[in-house]
Design a protein around this ligand. Sequence first.
Ligand code: GLY
Length: 406
Amino acid sequence: MKVFYVLCISVLVLIACSGGEDTSIVEQGFTRAEQQLSNQLKAVPEATEYPRTIGKDGKLKVTRKNDWTEGFYPGCLWYVYEYTNKEDWKKAAIKWTESLEPLKKMTNHHDIGFLMYCSFGNAYRLTGNEAYKDVLVESARSLCTRFNEKTGCIKSWNYRKSWNGKDEWFYPVIIDNMMNLELLYFATKVTGDSVYAKVANRHAETTAKNQFREDYSNYHVVNYDAETGEVLNQATCQGFSDNSAWARGQAWAIYGYTMAYRETHRQDFLDMAVHTADFWLNHPNLPEDGIPYWDFNAGQEDYVPDWNYDPEIFKVVPRDASAAAIVASAFLELSGYVTDGKKYSAAAAHILKSLSSPAYLAEPGTNCNFILMHSVGSIPHGEEIDVPLIYADYYYLEALMRYKNM
Ligand code: GLY
């Protein structure tokens, strides 16, 4: 009997210890975030510049309300405030959030969802300030100006050429656009006007129809004929090749359809979330540590890039921690919507553990004070290869918060 009690107590201690280990990832992540973000606030004291990455000169690179990533910096500040409850973080988060208000009128690309929902969305969630709600609704109105009834989706970018220079994209829609729909669902919830959610639903339906392959990987770009709604090209801009599975594109799809299911409870959106997630989880080229190569098919036979690819430079295929962080956050949410959710929460825990190890988590004071190392912006453009990225940090902190709250 004594042996039995000793055994029981040992098992309990082991369970408690392993639970403690999990919590320690969250605590470690936010402690590191506080260290790094305090330094970043010193490097960028005015809310006119928004940390983005490390430049080719090895110095902190910022954007100035001229890109798609400005909302992630205040978003990080909001998550640190949420975790620590310290007023200083709230003050900083408000300052960087409010500086973005003029962007509510922006209609020249689709990224207003990222810009405003990661900043003002978190601000409204954590403060309840009604003025923030109005900014978000106006931003949703701006986004809707890019919707076209004929195509049934929101135009992501304005006119540009494809990589081979032969195709012209007049109505390009990129998979990333799924992320902007959260802003639209929010606007319908707070105004009672269904117009925003209708646009979001049409966009998600059209994307499901035209942007995916049979295996539920996706084309980064689909170019439409705005007059007829016909699909003209399915291609890539940031992935390895037109037929490859760009890791962050897959991450946006998993996160986007999981969020669309949360907001609508539509089975077809949940099915998309599950299929796209399973493509990721079951992929034979997903590394052991759960952090994907920047493209699942980078350098593989039958995948022919249109850009200037030199295999000699990429003997070691770069990883993308940003895609991993987005997926960890999405998997944690998806795990609550399906009966076999454990496989997603376990995969998310595994990713978070890897990201929280010295292989990806920067030492204090290094990495230009970003939290995570080893992300990829766009290899075909020769930009942001194996660097920190502010959106990797944002989704890492979001995932840690979700993990803590589970
Ligand atoms: N939304 C642009 C990117 O994922 O790089």
